[in-house]
Every structure is written in structure tokens, then in C-alpha cells.
Write a protein that binds this ligand. Structure first.
Ligand code: FAD
Ligand code: DLZ
Ligand code: SF4
Length: 510
């Protein structure tokens, strides 16, 4: 008889996960399930489904090779259970275990499903903490409890630096500063070429999955092929090592830069591998730190990379679990505009948006500044409905799970939480995109034009946003400058700009 059934979700592909910690190879069974409901509750990008199914199948093989009994339900053949609850119930029926062990899920909706499991399954159910994260839910709540209003990432990050000891000396942070972001905002000089990435061509397991996704999810967003992302732990580790050697040295310096036709630049491209469990976040940080101590990468790059992982990544997860379920419904700026059709097609005259959405369609990836300052900035300025924006970001990116997508959308780009995460909205006119990219040189709009039919839409939308939200934002100390400029603006000029913005927004089809 099976002693313990251990259920592994698609983003729990780590041999050291808590649900496997006391695995008994002779008596336990590890269950995986490819599920219609998980792939379609939002219609995930084809590449995201293919990546995850292939990574799940490879992890199952890794466990089998290690002598573990695996029960793996594929979506390929005969129709099986569609949901986590149905899959786990069917597995309990097959194996009759004394107990089920699972690591807590990343998403609130799945945690809610699990509440019913003891009754549904008729066996003991043990839900363990996910200790792949550095900061537990209670620890984050204790940290947040010290503050009355805004929860600033920078202070949380310092707590995590002290806790982990990364880049810490006895007398304080390495280099005498916690944060080297002021060195990290450079545009990319023309002569700097981003290094070519090693490809990971599909093996037979991945080819089977690609066929399955083409057959079953052909109407989902995005291109399925070419597919060359790592799906095994070994390849993921090789890709991590490649990043540390070849891209990390310039990661900090050009972190905010964008260039047409260069979707990755010096970014890690590791988020999907970390989030699904093929890579360990602590290990990524330790190796980056080693590169610094070996003189192979500068402090501003390594500090920046470690901050993204032990700072931002842990902080957004903390916010998510602290504020759910209400967080997803927040809409501080009362934004209601439907998502424009071009978010699906990428067909727009705005070159920066066409590039960022086009690359998202091709790769299920866009780097942080494209997500934040191009697409996100547009969503904020145009007043797009937060629910529709959340759904879009959740389904288009291969690294997207609600715990990380939602705070980035609700708090970071839309200011829908009223400033809990960001002390001011990340609103910018076209000048920012022009400074940080070469998109404007190739755009049929004029970035320097402030009004008129050919003016960069970000320029007119920016002032429309500032004027529209005066009641909610003008008392914000960090918005003093734009409101002082608005107050000095000639009323007729402002009226013209707002009329241009209204015309632009009016011709967007939802
Ligand atoms: P790099 O830029 O090289 O950064 C290194 C690592 O730091 C990433 O792999 C990631 O693990 C972590 N990281 C960096 N920034 C963040 C952040 N803001 N939040 C959490 N982790 C971070 N990231 C996701 O993993 N999943 C998402 O669904 C997601 N949605 C986002 C939505 C919006 C609107 C925005 C603005 C950001 C979102 N991010 C999300 C954060 C960030 O854009 C991605 O983590 C990053 O682009 C992944 O690419 P990379 O591995 O090349 O990251
Ligand atoms: C994202 C995803 C997809 C597309 N498919 C599956 C699946 O078939 N089986 C599975 O176990 N997990 C899948 N996932 C990941 C889950 O959505 C994720 O584990 C939960 O949302 C909890 O974070
Ligand atoms: Fe984007 Fe405006 Fe530049 Fe065109 S001109 S690429 S719309 S910022």
C-alpha cells in the first residue's frame, strides 16, 4: 500500500521542495497532472504551456531515474481529470494512501481549492510551507506591521540582505552602500552588442509536448515555435552559468535600456526557470556573489541582480499573500477602459508598443523595462481596466503566476493600490522611451512633438493622465513637479492636448 501520496504542481519542480523532504522511495508515489483547467482558466501563451509541460515531464523523468515511483497524468491521450482537485481525488482513488502531502501553492485560488481536500479525499492532507522562498508569510507580515502606510521595497530588501548575508561585510553592506541603482540607468551605446544566447533545441519529450500544444491550444495567444528554452535542470543550470559569465557583468549598467530587435540584452532570462523550480533563487544569488568576489562582475551588476531576487521577488510575493484576496479588486484610479485589440495583435503605429508586444507574442517574454515603462506605462496613462490588464500579463509571459504578476500590475504599473507599493505612479512621457531606446527613431509618431495628430501618444496621454487624476494625485509630494507644471500650462494648450488624447483613446478598439 502507498504510504504517502505527494502532489507536485507545475511550478514546484524542485527536488528539495518541502513536499518531498521525507520521501520514502519504497512506499511513496509522486503525482503530477497536466490539466485542462490550469492551461485554460486564462488562455496561457502556447510557449508557456509547452515550457511547463515539458519541464514537468523532464522532472518526472529525473525522479524516476532516482528510483522514485511517479504517477504522471498527461493531457495527450484519453481525457483525464481537468482540475487539481479532480486529479488529486483520482490519484487517491488509485493509490489509497494514508496521507497526501503537498507544498503550499503559489496562488490564492489554488490554496482555496485545497481547503476542501481533507473532506473530498477522505485522507489526511498535509500542506507544507514553500521554503524555496526566503521570507515566510508571517515574517513578511511582521515586517509590514512596522509601517502605517506604504511598504517600501528598499527597507524590506535591507532586511533580506542582513538575513542572507549576501554582499555583507562585518561593518555593513559591501561597497558601503545598499543600492547602486544610480549607476544602473544608462542607455545602450550603439557599439555595445549583446552576447548571443546558447540555444536549447527541443528533444523528443519537448517535441511531443509541442505537438500536443499545437493540437489542443492552437487558439491561444502567441507563437509556439521556434522553441529553444531550457526545460531540464541541467540545461537550466547551464543557462544560469552562461548568464553569470557573459551577461551579468553588464546587467546593472544596461538594465533599463531597450533596443529594437534585441529582446534579451543583458537580462538574465531566468525568471521562468526560477519560478517553476528548475533553478534555486539562493543558488543564483550565491553564484552571482561568487562572480563579484572573483572579480568577474562589478558590484553594481551583482548587487542589482541580487536585489531583484531577494528584494523585489520576495517583496511582491509578501504583498500578494498579505493583501489577498482583496488586492486583485483594487482600482484606486477608477480605470475602466477595455484592453485595446492591438495588445493581442501587436498592430499599432506606436513602434515601442508594437515591438514590446510583438516580442511578447514571439517569446512569451519581454524584459522588465518593456513590461514597466512601455506596456505598463501605456496601461496606466490610458486608464485600462486593472482586471483586464492583470489577465493579459498573467497569460502572455512564461514566468507569470498570480503571486508575482498581480502586485507588479496592481501596485507597480497601475497604482491601483493607492501607493502601497510605489510612492508615485510610474508615469512617463515619450521622452523617457526616447532616452532609453532606439524605438522612436523608427516610429511614425514624433517623440518631440507635444500635440497634434503626429505627436507621440505618450506625450498627450501623460498630461491627460496628470490632469484627469488631479483629485487623487496632486497631494502626493512626489507628484509636485508635474502638478506645478500643469498649473502653469496655458489652459487652451492643455485643452488641445486633452482633445488629442481623447481622439487617440476614442479610436482604440476594445
Ligand atoms: P532580470 O531583469 O534579469 O532580473 C533577474 C531576476 O529578478 C528575474 O529573473 C526575477 O526572478 C527577479 N525579478 C526582477 N524584477 C522583479 C519583479 N519586479 N518582481 C518579481 N521578480 C523580479 N516577473 C515574473 O517572474 N513573473 C511575472 O508574472 C511578472 N510580471 C510582471 C508584470 C509587470 C507589469 C512588471 C512591471 C514586471 C513583472 N515581472 C514579473 C517582473 C520582471 O519584469 C520579470 O521578473 C523579469 O522581466 C524577468 O526577466 P529576467 O529573468 O530577464 O529578469
Ligand atoms: C501554469 C500551469 C499550467 C499552464 N498548467 C499546469 C498543469 O497542467 N499542471 C500543473 O500542475 N500546473 C500547471 N500550471 C501551474 C499552476 O497554474 C500553478 O502550479 C498554480 O497556479 C500554483 O501556483
Ligand atoms: Fe513610442 Fe512615442 Fe517613441 Fe513612437 S515616438 S516609439 S509611440 S515613445
Amino acid at each position: 500500500m502507498t504510504a504517502t501520496l505527494r502532489f507536485i504542481l507545475g511550478d514546484q519542480l524542485s527536488p528539495a521542495i518541502s513536499s518531498l523532504s521525507d520521501l520514502d522511495r519504497s512506499r511513496d508515489v509522486v503525482v503530477f497532472a497536466e490539466l485542462w483547467d490550469e492551461a485554460t482558466y486564462v488562455k496561457h501563451h502556447k510557449k508557456k504551456i509547452a515550457f511547463l509541460f515539458s519541464a514537468m515531464r523532464h522532472f518526472a523523468d529525473e525522479l524516476r531515474a532516482d528510483g522514485v515511483t511517479v504517477d504522471y497524468q498527461t493531457l495527450g491521450g484519453k481525457e483525464g481529470p481537468a482540475s487539481f482537485s479532480a486529479a488529486v481525488a483520482a490519484a487517491v482513488e488509485r493509490h489509497r494512501p494514508a496521507r497526501l502531502v503537498v507544498t503550499e501553492p503559489g496562488e490564492w485560488r489554488v490554496r482555496e481549492m485545497m481547503r476542501d481536500w481533507p473532506e473530498l479525499l477522505g485522507c489526511a492532507v498535509e500542506i507544507r510551507d514553500d521554503d524555496r522562498f526566503l521570507c515566510g508569510h508571517e515574517e513578511f507580515a511582521d515586517w509590514a506591521g512596522q509601517y502605517k502606510s506604504g511598504l517600501r521595497m528598499e527597507y524590506f530588501y535591507r532586511t533580506m540582505r542582513r538575513k542572507t548575508g549576501y554582499l555583507m561585510r562585518d561593518d555593513g553592506p559591501e561597497g558601503g552602500q545598499w543600492n547602486f541603482d544610480h549607476e544602473n540607468r544608462e542607455p545602450l551605446p550603439k557599439e555595445i552588442v549583446a552576447p548571443a544566447r546558447p540555444p536549447f533545441p527541443p528533444d523528443t519529450t519537448t517535441r511531443d509536448v509541442l505537438d500536443l500544444v499545437a493540437r489542443r491550444f492552437g487558439d491561444h495567444f502567441g507563437d509556439l515555435e521556434p522553441f529553444d528554452y531550457p526545460v531540464t535542470r541541467g540545461d537550466a543550470e547551464a543557462y544560469r552559468d552562461w548568464f553569470i559569465e557573459h551577461a551579468l557583468p553588464h546587467f546593472g549598467q544596461y538594465q533599463d535600456a531597450m533596443r529594437q530587435g534585441e529582446p534579451l540584452l543583458f537580462h538574465a532570462h531566468l525568471s521562468a526557470l526560477i519560478n517553476c523550480g528548475l533553478l534555486d533563487p539562493r543558488d543564483c544569488c550565491r553564484r552571482a556573489e561568487d562572480a563579484y568576489h572573483a572579480g568577474e562582475a562589478p558590484l553594481n551588476a551583482v548587487e542589482g541582480f541580487i536585489r531583484q531576487i531577494i528584494g523585489w521577488r520576495e517583496y511582491v510575493r509578501g504583498i500578494y499573500w498579505l493583501k489577498m484576496p482583496a488586492y486583485g479588486d483594487l482600482n484606486h484610479l477608477d480605470a475602466t477602459r477595455p484592453l485595446p485589440e492591438f495588445f493581442w495583435t501587436g498592430r499599432t503605429r506606436m513602434n515601442c508598443m508594437a515591438q514590446a508586444i510583438g516580442e511578447t507574442r514571439q517569446n512569451a517574454y519581454a524584459h522588465h523595462i518593456q513590461r514597466l515603462m512601455v506596456i505598463g506605462n501605456f496601461c496606466l496613462l490610458a486608464g485600462l481596466d486593472p482586471k483586464q490588464v492583470q489577465e493579459w500579463y498573467l497569460l502572455v509571459y512564461h514566468d507569470a503566476y498570480e503571486w508575482v504578476e498581480m502586485p507588479n500590475v496592481v501596485g507597480m504599473i497601475l497604482h491601483a493600490d493607492g501607493g502601497l507599493m510605489a510612492s508615485k505612479p510610474y508615469a512617463a512621457s515619450g521622452a523617457y522611451i526616447d532616452r532609453m531606446s532606439d524605438y522612436c527613431e523608427k516610429c511614425s509618431y514624433a517623440v518631440k512633438q507635444k500635440a497634434g495628430p503626429d505627436a507621440c501618444p505618450f506625450n498627450v496621454l501623460y498630461w491627460d493622465f496628470v490632469a484627469r487624476n488631479k483629485g487623487k494625485l496632486s497631494s502626493n509630494q512626489r507628484m509636485k513637479m508635474p502638478y506645478a507644471t500643469l498649473a502653469r500650462m496655458d489652459p487652451d494648450r492643455l485643452a488641445d492636448i486633452r482633445a488629442d488624447a481623447a481622439r487617440f483613446l476614442g479610436q482604440l478598439s476594445g
